[in-house]
Structure formats: structure tokens, C-alpha cells
Design a protein around this ligand. Structure first.
Ligand code: SF4
Length: 377
């Protein structure tokens, strides 16, 4: 769902400013989405629903009856009861008021884009909401009966201090969310923040400060009973995200909508599957769906080499790491057969632990994960 009321200066997603989202635009977009679903469902034939995730953009700008419509279309296209049905929600008055109706529409998990509980940090991030709205939204989630709520937080925001990160964690923990996703702010080229940073006009915490913030996040959340089960993801027992796990395990995902990315299931012709990326602009996406040519997506056929590299670096994101036996089952030999040089270097540098059954990042490897992953590309 690409619509957002305002575009955040660090955002690199495929988004459209819609303030407000008109009923005509909403309905036209849903028509296209449903048409795409019906055109693409055949590639996933015989599969059962594992999870449904309405992300964006800001999908909570949709009316509850639109959410009900899209969930009904998805459930009508595939058998099975999804383990979780998530809606991303931004903390705003409009969306908070809709929470009870979203629950009735079939949503059972909320991912709340809090980002911070500090007004100064929120303002510096260019967010449209304030801390009071985060508090109200979380309370409204519980009041509406949502027993599975995830909070997003950003660290290393412009001007942010370690003390402010600690305060954000205290505020978040007071609500005991089932799940927390904590991201270090990344500066993408082409975004207003990326451009300002390139001109030296964005004051951000230094590398050491950012590392101290991430260490503080891990220490505080683990002490509070959360498990860091992926680089940015923390869960209370039994509340790991079902949906995100599919990406890390390279399981098929049908992505629908402008800018959505799909991992089509393997087939005899494409044993490592296909990756489809929908256009990131509305007109070519809608025209592609209308023309019946797979939403005008770019299609990448995954070869064994790319699939092996992906298998390694996606699994290394997780606390469980890469299962050596599973890898050997898929690719015919254990990871060491393909990546001996990389594994020797990364273990010698203290970034990776190699056990007979699994490969895992060390705490230092988690801090330098981008450079570890780049070794396998
Ligand atoms: S709300 Fe999220 S998707 Fe929308 S512009 Fe901001 S960061 Fe991007």
C-alpha cells in the first residue's frame, strides 16, 4: 500500500503522497491489487497461506472495509489459515480510531511505526506524529484486543544521544510489546537525508556512538526477556514474526502492489525460483496489471551461485544462523565447499562462528554485518 500522508526524509520505499487518500484512489488501487492477485495466484498454486502482511507505505490509511476486501480476496485465492495477519499502522488519530474495525476485518497483529517516544527525535526524523500519539495508539491497540503488537524504533537518528535511546527503550518496555524491530537509521542516496549527509549537513551520531546505542538496545531488551532472533528483531518467547522468517529462509512470498517484490516458488525450469520486482511508480504498475503482463515486473532468474550466497547471508541475519545440513541438502555440499576462503577469513577476524551444524555471526559480526554479508556476494 504505497500511500503516505507525508514522505519522511529518510524513506527509500516506493511511496505516493496522499493527503488525504481519496475514496476514488483507494478503490482504484484495490481494484488493481485484486486484479494482480488473480493474475499471479497461478504461480503459487497448491500452496497454503502462511501469513498475510499489509505493509507500505501506510496501509492503515485504508478504510477497514478495504482491508476486509483485500483479506477476503487473498483468503479466497488460497487455502489455509494464516498464522498471522499483520497490518502496519502509523500512530495518528485517524488510524487509531480505526483499530477496532481493523480487528473485525481480520487483522490479528499490529506493527506500530512508533520510531521514538521523544518529540525532538520524531521532529528531527521528519515524522508527522508525536510521542503522545504513539502512547495513544499503543493503548488503543490493546483496548481493541490486539494481543500481538510489534513496535518499530529507530536509533542513531540525527542529534540523538545514548541517553535518549535508553529513554525510548524504557518507554517501549513499559508497554511490554510482543515484538520490537529496532533499526539503525540508514541514509539512502537520493533521499533528502542522503543528500544532506553527502553535503555534510546532517548531524548524526558517530560510528562508536551508534555501536554503543545498538549494544544498549541488545542489553536492555535481552535483560527484559526478549530474544534477539534476527539482527534488528527482538521477540518475547513465542512471538517471532512468522512473515519475516519467510524472507530469511528464502520461502516463497507473493508480493502484490506497486514496488512489491515476490519470490516465486522453485520449478523444474527455475530450480532456485524467480524474483519479481513490480514497478515503483503507480502508472506503469497499474498499466502492467491492466495489460495482463505480470504488472510490468522486472524478473530475475536466480542461479545456483546467487541462491547460495543469499542462503548464507539471509540465514546469518538470524540468531539460529545457517543450518549446514539444510544448506547441503539444497546445494549438494556444505557451505565450506563453496566459501572456504571467506569462512576462514571471517572466523579469523572474529566475525563468524563455525560449528559442525551451523554458522552464526559473533556479537562483533552482528555489528559489522553488512561487510560480512558483502563477503558472500
Ligand atoms: S511513513 Fe514509512 S513508508 Fe511512509 S514515507 Fe515515512 S518511512 Fe516511508
Amino acid at each position: 500500500m504505497p500511500f503516505c500522508e507525508r514522505i519522511c526524509p529518510y524513506c527509500d520505499f516506493a511511496v505516493i503522497r496522499a493527503r488525504p487518500l481519496s475514496p476514488e484512489d483507494e478503490s482504484a488501487y484495490l481494484d488493481t491489487l485484486c486484479a494482480e492477485l488473480h493474475a499471479r495466484a497461478g504461480a503459487f498454486e497448491g500452496r497454503r497461506l502462511a501469513s498475510i502482511y499489509l505493509g507500505g507505505g501506510t496501509p492503515s490509511l485504508l478504510q477497514a472495509r478495504s482491508v476486509e476486501r483485500i483479506l477476503g480476496a487473498i483468503r479466497g485465492a488460497f487455502p489455509g489459515d494464516p498464522e498471522e495477519t499483520t497490518l502496519e499502522v502509523n500512530p495518528s488519530t485517524l488510524e487509531t480510531a480505526r483499530l477496532p474495525d481493523f480487528r473485525v476485518a481480520g487483522i490479528d497483529r499490529i506493527s506500530l511505526g512508533a520510531q521514538s517516544f521523544d518529540d525532538t527525535t520524531l521532529r528531527r526524523l521528519g515524522r508527522g506524529h508525536r510521542a503522545s500519539e504513539v502512547h495513544r495508539s499503543f493503548e488503543a491497540c490493546r483496548a481493541a484486543g490486539f494481543a500481538n503488537v510489534s513496535l518499530d524504533l529507530i536509533v542513531a537518528a540525527p542529534g540523538q544521544t545514548l541517553t535518549e535511546v535508553e529513554a525510548d527503550l524504557v518507554a517501549a518496555l513499559a508497554y511490554a510489546p510482543e515484538h520490537l524491530s529496532v533499526y539503525e537509521l540508514s541514509l539512502e542516496p537520493g533521499t533528502p537525508f542522503g543528500k544532506a549527509a553527502a553535503r555534510g549537513r546532517l548531524q548524526r551520531p558517530g560510528e562508536e556512538e551508534a555501536v554503543a546505542m545498538l549494544e544498549c538496545v541488545e542489553a536492555r531488551l535481552c535483560a527484559a526477556g526478549y530474544e534477539r532472533y534476527e539482527i534488528s528483531s527482538y521477540a518475547r518467547p513465542g512471538h517471532r514474526s512468522v512473515h519475516n522468517r519467510r524472507y530469511w529462509q528464502r520461502l516463497p512470498v507473493l508480493g502484490l502492489g506497486m514496488g512489491a517484490v515476490s519470490s516465486d516458488p522453485p520449478s523444474p525450469r527455475h530450480p532456485f525460483g524467480l524474483r519479481r520486482s513490480n514497478p515503483r511508480e503507480l502508472a506503469p504498475y497499474s498499466e502492467g496489471v491492466a495489460a495482463g503482463d505480470g504488472a510490468g515486473a522486472q524478473v530475475e532468474v536466480l542461479g545456483a551461485r546467487e541462491a547460495r550466497a543469499e542462503a548464507v547471508f539471509l540465514a546469518l541475519r538470524t540468531g539460529d544462523g545457517l543450518d549446514v545440513e539444510l544448506f547441503a541438502g539444497e546445494f549438494g555440499a556444505p557451505p565450506r565447499h563453496f566459501f572456504a576462503r571467506e569462512l576462514d577469513r571471517l572466523t579469523a577476524d572474529g566475525l563468524l562462528e563455525e560449528a559442525p551444524d551451523a554458522l552464526r555471526l559473533t556479537p562483533r559480526g552482528r555489528m559489522l554485518s553488512d561487510s560480512v554479508f558483502a563477503s558472500f556476494l
